[in-house]
Write a protein that binds this ligand. Structure first.
Ligand SMILES: Nc1ncnc2c1ncn2[C@@H]1O[C@H](COP(=O)(O)OP(=O)(O)OP(=O)(O)O)[C@@H](O)[C@H]1O
Length: 638
């Protein structure tokens, strides 16, 4: 083989490859992505030459072929692209590629302690991460071109000679170093192509099999895609997961290029909202599974793909976060997501409401985190209501497929202005607060469900926004419309005590805790579903409790400063009163009826506490003991 030229690559650092190797200690595998990218580029360039009418002959079927030679410890990457002449090798490989190697080191020096997002655009020289010696066999498309062979062992000296390639294109031959022999395993290569090159637009074959999917739906126009295409793509990226709720197709060229498809997944309660699941691509080449810097924090639980060549990838993560363009791309993404939600609300209200319980976590999380987003989605924030709103069809309400009604907050306030101005009643747990909700509902009072895990924070946000409005949970206090003013009927002529007073004292004695405020009220129009007593926890005290639970402090104990509202209209309460009045002292000064009345009072209190989940382990034990004592007393024949 005639040696055309031997020489030294113009490079200022003697041995750059050990440095590169070291700085990429955990990411050796990216060499394959870089070399395949170059091969794809070479094929695209050939197409351009052909369009320009400068290619003699046919392009043929574009293809990248990977092959493994175990005996020689070689991995080869061959393309049928544009090829290179000897001059081009000198220019592009000896100068361009190696000077960008120097650039990389220059950049990396400053931030070696900071992880870089994708080590992207390392280019040709990344071959030296895994190879002791790299060869190029190439034949240019140009008329009369001769094949060229180039070889280099990573030192600045290279050798250029006549090559043996007979077909147009380039083969990169990697003579793998001893520590990198894993890249002789077909399974390993397959896995790498799947990870990094799955959506590259040229078939990549190994041992006769095409490995990559090629079709990147995010690069297509939304108009050409059907619902199934998006769903299928989602299943492809995230197999064995629930169907996505909704998706957003991103597509812009100016002032930056961003393409992508983002999905709202069905959120599971155990999801970690700080871990991103969106895949970042650059021109269809996979870069990273983590793009926390590029996507607004509140959208991190979304899934899908973002592809943008305008995101700088060879900078540290913190620099990326501070980058103005990246920040503006993040803003663009948030706006697009907001627009999509608004569009769905306006044009497919039913579907919007059907997925709202899942969607609302994203939206509320977004509102809590991002003022701009909050403004954007303000009008499409809805709340499930206990009322039947069917009487009017209006843009501020709607019904999901399960028959639940939803309303905007504004509409709620307007609708209830006369009954309770600037007051919102809400519940946080449909099951445990069912008694309270039922009471409100029967009286025609509307209760909103704020029952997802994010809602306790969200209520605070609503309060900031609606400063004149009071938000009270259904068990915080009872509205006057629910209570009957009782006539002060004197039941004990010797002491002149009213019914209410007698009951209050009875309950106070039974509970024996002066910090619990016992109130007797008659609940209007009550039937069997109204409870004999309810624990009311003032809004402020309850929130303190929730806060300490949030901070990991002991939330089990209900604060002592709560109200026990005794429903004097309830038959059980009335029976207790009669029992107590009929009590006869026995000879030893004891009255079994009096004791039983007190036990029953205590039991009623226990049941009310239960609704508030007020027991700790000790409390539960005591409750069981007392319950058994009551039952025993009730079954003991007098
Ligand atoms: N397979 C190939 N076929 C034809 N030319 C190639 C091939 N691989 C590399 N080249 C040439 O070598 C040059 C340098 O490659 P290198 O990968 O270092 O940088 P780049 O591709 O220009 O930029 P990037 O940093 O994005 O990879 C390319 O611009 C191209 O002209």
């Amino acid at each position: 083989m005639a040696i055309l030229e031997q020489g030294n690559i113009t490079i200022h650092t003697d041995n750059i490859f050990p440095i590169i190797k070291k700085s990429l200690y955990s990411e050796h595998e990216i060499f394959l992505r870089e070399l395949i990218s170059n091969a794809v580029d070479a094929i695209q360039k050939l197409k351009m030459v052909s369009y320009a009418g400068e290619l003699e002959g046919e392009i043929g079927d574009p293809q990248i072929t990977l092959s493994i030679d175990r005996d020689r410890k070689q991995l080869k990457i061959a393309d049928n692209g544009i090829g290179m002449t000897a001059d081009e090798i000198k220019r592009y490989i000896n100068q361009v590629a190696f000077s960008s190697a120097e650039d990389f080191i220059e950049k990396y020096k400053g931030g070696a302690d900071q992880p870089i997002i994708g080590h992207f655009g390392l280019g040709f020289y990344s071959a030296f991460i895994v190879a002791d010696r790299v060869e190029i066999e190439t034949l240019s498309y140009q008329k009369g071109a001769t094949p060229v062979h180039w070889t280099c062992d990573g030192s600045p000296s290279f050798e250029l000679s006549e090559g043996s390639r007979t077909e147009r294109g380039t083969t990169i031959i990697l003579n793998l170093s001893e520590e990198e022999l894993e890249y002789l395993e077909p399974a390993r290569i397959r896995q790498l192509v799947k990870t990094y090159c799955d959506f590259m637009p040229v078939p990549i074959a190994l041992e006769g099999e095409v490995l990559n999917k090629q079709k990147a739906i995010w690069r297509e126009s939304a108009g050409n895609l059907k619902e199934e295409d998006y769903q299928e793509f989602y299943r492809y990226l995230y197999p064995f997961q629930d169907e996505p709720l909704l998706w957003v197709h991103l597509n812009t060229d100016y002032p930056y290029q961003v393409n992508g498809v983002l999905y709202f997944p069905k959120l599971r309660p155990d999801i970690d909202l700080t871990q991103g699941q969106i895949k970042l691509f650059c021109n269809q080449v996979f870069v990273s599974d983590h793009c926390e810097e590029v996507v607004p924090r509140f959208l991190l639980p979304m899934r899908g793909v973002i592809d943008s060549p305008d995101i700088p990838l060879n900078v540290s993560r913190s620099a990326l976060q501070a980058d103005r363009k990246v920040r503006s791309i993040a803003g663009f993404i948030a706006k697009k997501v907001g627009d999509r939600l608004k569009e769905l609300y306006r044009s497919q209200r039913d579907q919007y409401l059907n997925i709202w319980s899942d969607l609302s976590t994203f939206v509320k999380f977004g509102c809590l985190n991002d003022q701009k987003f909050r403004e954007q989605v303000k009008e499409i924030l809805v709340f499930r209501s206990s009322a039947e709103l069917s009487e009017a069809t209006s843009s501020d309400r709607g019904q999901d497929s399960q028959g639940n009604w939803y309303t905007t907050l504004q509409a709620y306030l307007e609708r209830n202005q006369e009954k309770h101005e600037n007051r919102v009643y809400y519940c946080t747990d449909a099951a445990s607060q069912a008694t309270y909700i039922e009471l409100f509902r029967k009286k025609g009072l509307e209760v909103l469900y704020l029952d997802s895990f994010i809602d306790s924070h969200f209520v605070s946000l609503l309060e900031q926004e609606y400063q004149d409005v009071r938000f009270s949970r259904v068990d915080a206090e009872l509205d006057d419309t629910l209570l009957e003013t009782e006539e002060a009927e004197i039941v004990d002529p010797t002491t002149n005590k009213t019914r209410s007073q007698t009951l209050k004292e009875l309950f106070e004695a039974a509970i024996a805790n002066s910090r619990i405020n016992v109130r007797t009220e008659s609940l209007k129009d009550t039937d069997a579903s109204a409870p004999p007593a309810m624990v009311l926890l003032p809004e402020a005290a309850r929130r303190m409790r929730e806060m300490s639970a949030f901070l990991g402090q002991d939330p089990a104990n209900l604060p002592d400063d709560h109200v026990l509202l005794v429903n004097t209209a309830h038959p059980l309460v009335q029976n207790i009163l009669s029992l107590q009045q009929g009590a006869i002292l026995s000879s030893d000064g004891h009255s079994p009826s009096q004791v039983l009345a007190e036990q029953l009072c205590r039991h009623i209190y226990d049941l009310a506490l239960m609704t508030q989940k007020g027991f700790d382990a000790e409390g539960m034990k005591a409750f069981i003991e007392r319950s058994n004592a009551v039952l025993t007393a009730l079954t003991t024949r007098q």
